[in-house]
Design a protein around this ligand. Structure first.
Ligand code: FES
Length: 99
């Protein structure tokens, strides 16, 4: 369990944030002009996106830490406690993904 994901300052909506991949001990930076999906795919994370607009849920990815800014229209409140759609959603803090 990593604690470094929650020590970063809170970022405004649309700002850059970090994704920590727990299985590879790798931190990815999502710049303000990128989506988390772009960054995860470029890093080789196995995600099969569909709509790219937050509507289908195909890209839904589990996270274990982080304060998400959910922008999808497909996940319910319970889903959002453990999943986010990286094609549209962002985060106020660093987040941790554990495969
Ligand atoms: S690709 Fe459809 S919700 Fe992300």
């Amino acid at each position: 369990m990593s604690s470094k994901a929650v020590v970063t300052p809170r970022a405004p909506d649309g700002a850059s944030f970090e994704i920590y991949l727990a299985w590879s001990d790798c931190t990815l930076n999502v710049e303000a002009n990128q989506t988390a999906l772009q960054v995860l795919l470029e890093a080789g994370v196995a995600i099969s996106p569909g709509c790219f607009t937050g509507g289908c849920g195909e890209c839904a990815t589990a996270y274990v830490e982080g304060d998400m800014i959910h922008k999808d229209s497909c996940l319910n409140a319970a889903d959002r406690q453990r999943l986010f759609c990286p094609c549209v959603s962002r985060a106020r803090t660093s987040i941790v993904i554990a495969e």
